[in-house]
Write a protein of this length. Structure first.
Length: 240
C-alpha cells in the first residue's frame, strides 16, 4: 500500500503530469466560456512545456546529481559483491562486467522485481550476464525488492558492514547512496549511464529527450526529498 501510494504521489508531482492537469483545467475554462482564465492557463501550460524540454534546464537539473560521484578507477580486492540495480542493462551491465573482471573472487547480485512483466529485471540481467560468459555460480538473483530502499534492506544479509560496489545510473546514484547509507551499509558508488548533454547544438535545445531527462531528474529530486522527510520523521519519533 505504501509503495503504491508513493508511486501515485510521485506521478502527480512530475512535470508532465502537472502540465497535463493544467491543460485540462485550461480546456475546462474554455468550454465554460471563461476565456480570460483559459488563455492564462493554456499559455502558462505551453510555456511550462517549452521549459521542461529546454536543454539548459534539463542539464542544470542533472548536473548536481551526476557530478556527485565518479567512475571507479581504483579497486579493492577484498570486496566480495557487486550489486547491480535493475534498469538499463546496456550501461549498468557493462559497468558491472568491468568491475567483475578487475577482481579474482567477486559475485554479482542482480536485483529488481518484474512488476507485470513475466520475467523480473533481476532474472533478465542474470541471463544476460551468463550470455557474456559470467559463470552461473558468480551470480545471485534477488527479484523480490520493489524499490531501492528494499534493495538496501536485502543487501544487509550479504555484506553486513562490509563495503561493496553499487552499480546504477549516475542520475540515480545520490538517492541510492542515501538510502543504503541510512541502513548502515557501506556502498562504493560505481555510477554509469551519464545523460548530461555535452554539446548543445540548435537541434538539441528543445526535443523529446530533454523532456525525458527533466522527468527523470525531477523523479530523483522528489525521491531524495521524500527519503529525507521520512528519515526526519523517524528521527523525531525517536525523541518522543
Amino acid at each position: 500500500m505504501a509503495f503504491t501510494l508513493k508511486k501515485v504521489i510521485s506521478f502527480f508531482l512530475m512535470p508532465l503530469s502537472i502540465i497535463a492537469i493544467l491543460f485540462f483545467i485550461g480546456l475546462y475554462f474554455f468550454w465554460t466560456r471563461r476565456y480570460n482564465k483559459a488563455n492564462v492557463v493554456l499559455v502558462t501550460t505551453f510555456l511550462l512545456f517549452l521549459l521542461v524540454g529546454f536543454a539548459p534546464l534539463s542539464n542544470m537539473l542533472v548536473k548536481p546529481l551526476e557530478n556527485r560521484y565518479h567512475t571507479v578507477e581504483t579497486y579493492d580486492e577484498n570486496i566480495e559483491y557487486i550489486l547491480l540495480l535493475g534498469g538499463n542493462f546496456k550501461t549498468r551491465g557493462d559497468e558491472a562486467l568491468r568491475l567483475y573482471h578487475q577482481h579474482e573472487d567477486i559475485k554479482i547480485i542482480t536485483s529488481g522485481y518484474g512488476g507485470y512483466n513475466p520475467i523480473s529485471d533481476a532474472k533478465s540481467a542474470a541471463l544476460k550476464l551468463m550470455d557474456v560468459g559470467i559463470p552461473k555460480e558468480d551470480i545471485l538473483v534477488e527479484e523480490k525488492s520493489q524499490d531501492t530502499h528494499e534493495e538496501a534492506l536485502m543487501m544487509k544479509q550479504y555484506v553486513q558492514d562490509r563495503p561493496f560496489y553499487l552499480v546504477t545510473s549516475a542520475l540515480h546514484m545520490p538517492r541510492a547512496m542515501l538510502l543504503f547509507e541510512q541502513e548502515g551499509l557501506k556502498p562504493i558508488a560505481a555510477p554509469t549511464d551519464f545523460i548530461q548533454v555535452q554539446h548543445l547544438g540548435m537541434l538539441k535545445l528543445f526535443n523529446a529527450n530533454n523532456i525525458l531527462i527533466t522527468q527523470r531528474a525531477m523523479h530523483e529530486y522528489i525521491g531524495i526529498v521524500y527519503t529525507q522527510i521520512k528519515e526526519g520523521i523517524k528521527t523525531l519519533k525517536g525523541f518522543l
